[in-house]
Design a protein around this ligand. Structure first.
Ligand code: ZN
Length: 320
């Protein structure tokens, strides 16, 4: 039987340049918690950094592969081109000031009746803050430099750019249980199934003349959707395979299990399980404070640590 559809975005993974600058921006400016310092399981001599709410709740997690020797990417067709977080409408003027105070220019827009602030992180990744009445419940990180009232409340949505809509729409609605919720000009909003969980929307912007995107720093590597249990993930795998989608085997990512596939427009999709979560290898109060390795890399910890210097988490000073 077909699964009912993902209840929301699980995480989004992007490529950054220098890790210290990445931590400085996401933790010190955006106020997210670094919930895990680990390595890229497919490339263990590079960091994999995870940010989220206090507990790393699915739907709040933005992760980075800091590949500082990689050239800059180019967002384009077949890629996720922006990541939007939810904030309260009242918080938007605070964020304009806060971002401008760090020298980051902010563009304002309206989308489906909600105000949007758009800006780029230090390595060129497009990030948005959307003021919404429909705030997901997350667990605020008490040590965040941003207070609870103004703080980021998990994902609002994420946007893919495509040169054609049809194939992507068919996969999302016929095989992934999403519904076309609204459209505005060339933007189509698909909704997932979790009423109050973070990251309910996947937007597809269609531009027939958009050049193909190129992966590199400042671009999104993939987007992951939630499966509540291992069993639900297996059901997804079987269901998608039946629909002719080329889905990987289940991979153990320590903090969740993952399957991957490309949607027809070229974006790498993942379905990730909610459990076991980030407190599996370090206590909740110490999440993100030291380099955690999966068991199979503990034997080469010294070599890894020789290549990955400890993070300087205070790199970005907010000039308020
Ligand atoms: Zn992932």
């Amino acid at each position: 039987m077909a699964p009912v559809g993902p209840i929301g975005i699980h995480h989004i993974t992007a490529i950054s340049s220098f890790p210290d600058e990445n931590v400085g921006f996401y933790q010190q400016v955006l106020g997210l918690r670094l919930v895990k310092q680990t390595v890229n399981f497919d490339d263990p001599y590079t960091y994999h950094l995870y940010y989220g709410d206090a507990g790393g709740t699915p739907g709040t997690i933005l992760t980075f592969f800091p590949w500082d020797r990689m050239p800059g990417g180019r967002p384009g067709a077949g890629m996720m081109v922006s990541t939007a977080f939810a904030v309260s409408r009242e918080a938007l003027s605070y964020w304009v000031q806060r971002l401008n105070g760090t020298g980051i220019p902010v563009q304002k827009a309206f989308r489906f009746g909600e105000p949007v602030l758009e800006f780029k992180d230090p390595h060129g990744l497009t990030v948005e803050l959307i003021g919404t009445e429909n705030l997901p419940s997350i667990s605020h990180w008490d040590e965040s430099p941003v207070d609870r009232l103004h703080g980021i409340r998990g994902f609002h949505s994420a946007t893919a750019l495509q040169s054609r809509l049809e194939g992507t729409q068919a996969l999302l609605t016929n095989s992934m249980g999403m519904v076309l919720h609204a459209s505005e000009k060339n933007r189509y909003r698909f909704k997932m199934n979790g009423a109050s969980s973070a990251g309910q929307y996947l937007d597809v912007v269609v531009d027939r003349s958009a050049p193909k995107g190129r992966l590199g720093t400042g671009t999104v590597h993939h987007i992951a959707f939630r499966a509540k249990t291992d069993r639900e993930q297996m059901a997804w795998q079987a269901h998608l395979r039946q629909a002719g989608v080329n889905v990987t085997e289940v991979r153990d990512r320590n903090y969740f299990k993952s399957i991957y596939f490309h949607e027809p427009g070229g974006v790498l999709f993942e379905i990730a399980t909610d459990s076991p979560g980030f407190a599996i290898d370090e206590p909740l109060e110490r999440l993100g404070s030291s380099l955690m390795l999966p068991a199979n890399y503990e034997g080469i910890r010294e070599e890894i640590e020789a290549v990955l210097p400890p993070l300087q988490t205070q790199a970005f000073e907010h000039a308020s």
